[in-house]
Design a binder for this molecule. Structure first.
Ligand code: SF4
Length: 167
């Protein structure tokens, strides 16, 4: 299970047409589901979702999402940076797979995010547009399933992606 090739897709997040930052996806021709528990063990701060066969990871200004059939990176400047970032992540997957005999895989999903972790990704302006008195109230509502991220109209594209990954 090594990634040898992929199909690149670079796009502006639909919630922010015309944005100067892009997201990029490497569509894979093989499944990398088996490597996800090893990445979960090896990457500090990774968020593994076994039921979705997905793992997210935040690194140096980018949010990375590993799915069985694709790797996605947010917040890239252009196609060149997208290729650089995705090549780096694909190399990480391949190296982790090659080292799997040295790694104890971690099959545990991350616990539900804390209200503070969610709050830190919100605009923190307490503008009331979501019908909550405060952004912290909205954060609790998101965790409890009483709100959806789309109800906060003040989110930037990156905040939206980050919240979707976190939740
Ligand atoms: S709409 Fe967004 S910014 Fe405004 S209070 Fe709700 S969570 Fe905070």
């Amino acid at each position: 299970m090594r990634i040898h090739s992929y199909e690149l897709e670079v796009f502006t997040p639909p919630c922010e047409p015309g944005a100067e930052r892009y997201s990029a996806i490497a569509h894979l021709s093989i499944s990398i589901a088996e490597v996800l528990p090893y990445l979960n063990a090896a990457l500090a701060g990774a968020n593994y979702m076994p039921s979705a066969n997905a793992l997210t990871w935040k690194r140096t200004g980018h949010l990375v999402a590993f799915h069985a059939d694709r790797v996605a990176v947010s917040n890239v400047v252009d196609r060149e940076e997208a290729v650089d970032e995705l090549e780096g992540m694909i190399d990480l997957v391949n190296r982790t797979w090659d080292r799997r005999s040295e790694i104890t895989p971690d099959y545990q999903a991350q616990k539900r995010p804390s209200p503070m972790a969610v709050y830190q990704l919100l605009p923190q302006t307490n503008c009331h547009a979501c019908d909550e008195a405060t952004c912290m109230g909205f954060a609790f509502g998101l965790i409890q399933g009483n709100h959806s991220v789309e109800e906060c109209s003040a989110l930037t594209a990156d905040q939206l992606v980050a919240l979707q990954l976190l939740l």
